[in-house]
Design a protein around this ligand. Sequence first.
Ligand SMILES: Nc1nc2c(ncn2[C@@H]2O[C@H](COP(=O)(O)OP(=O)(O)OP(=O)(O)O)[C@@H](O)[C@H]2O)c(=O)[nH]1
Ligand SMILES: [Mg+2]
Length: 391
Amino acid sequence: MVTNLSVKAKIKWAEIVACRSKPKKIELLREFLSLCPKHKGTEKLRLNVKRRIVNLELEIKKAKSRRKGGGGGPKFFYEKEGAAQVTIIGPTNVGRSSFLRALTNAKPEVALRPYTTIRPVPGTLSYEDVQFQLIEVPALMMGAAEGKARGLQILSLIRNSDGLIIMVDLSNKPVEQYKMVAEELEKSNILIEKPQGQVGVVRQGGSAGIRITGGGRLINCTVKDLKLLLLSYGIKTALVKISGKVSLDDVEHSLFQSNIYKSTMIVANKNDFLWAKDEFEKLLKAVEYGFKVLPVSCKNLKGLEKVAESIFQMLQIIRIYTKEPRHKEPSPRPVVAKTGTTINDITKRLHSTLSKKFKYARVWGSSAKYPGEKVGARHVLIDKDLIEIHT
Ligand SMILES: Nc1nc2c(ncn2[C@@H]2O[C@H](COP(=O)(O)OP(=O)(O)OP(=O)(O)O)[C@@H](O)[C@H]2O)c(=O)[nH]1
Ligand SMILES: [Mg+2]
């Protein structure tokens, strides 16, 4: 098991989940910490709980300051805009502000002194007909996951984004820089390696028991093990959604809503330095999970032309154009969706009643056998498809 928590601690967790008052929740989280043994298996869970306490305290502080009419400190949350929100993260001085300036309309200060950027800075980057919101977050340092240098706020922002650009500096030990960032993300339960599966446990009332949906598969455990685990946390009725391959540990993690996966790429800046090529080779060997590693120079503006397309590929998204049956012209802005999206997913997003009235669709583009093919709701779409919904 991931945590080996005592029965008392598990019951405390059930209380925390049910609690709606923020100050009371903080109190319960503190009690949970005192019941949570200190060992390697619970290290990340303890950090996760501490992060929650800090976030709740911040929320309370902000609400108080709003009531008093104050500003509440630097803004650390940005509403998502465009097709995706991508955070630019890394140690100080790697050139994140230079990168944001070169690619977007944003004008963050660029300086040799470390920790120049002290609050998140958003900018917009266009790729063909979609736009990404890039956010430079203040630099991460070793210990960020424990709260150093506003680390918890920075990591919360990263957690909330759709994808990450880890930026390193080819003139200054990029392998060490990458490893430091990867470690802080790992400690914060932000996964950069794509998990084999995903699981979500939705607690429900009534007496329907534990129901499993989603078509995924449990590995190294049985449905009975899963039910026993949930029962040990006081969960008797729940909908467990499983996709891909999921272990019992994954199910337990999901109860703490701790692990979250973020698609990631690496930008290796300052490629203009003499020794950059050697460092780039070392970096390629050190990075895991088949990430795209893009060498750039913000000084010479080299390699930057590939960034937008790389972000698009990293996010595994597709663009779907729609048109009305009797119209010739498609809508100018596509619907942006995840790879593997079906016609049904799109109709649900376009209008709440459209999927109920749906009869068939016509498709033009890569997923169609011939232009205007008539397809059903389960048809899987491909980037740049044009669809026409018939009700
Ligand atoms: N040689 C070289 N210098 C660069 C490059 N990109 C940025 N710099 C310099 O690196 C220093 C730091 O750049 P910033 O863009 O402020 O770095 P940052 O990551 O935003 O740093 P903080 O916000 O302070 O953590 C500045 O002196 C930049 O001029 C590059 O491609 N090549
Ligand atoms: Mg900066």
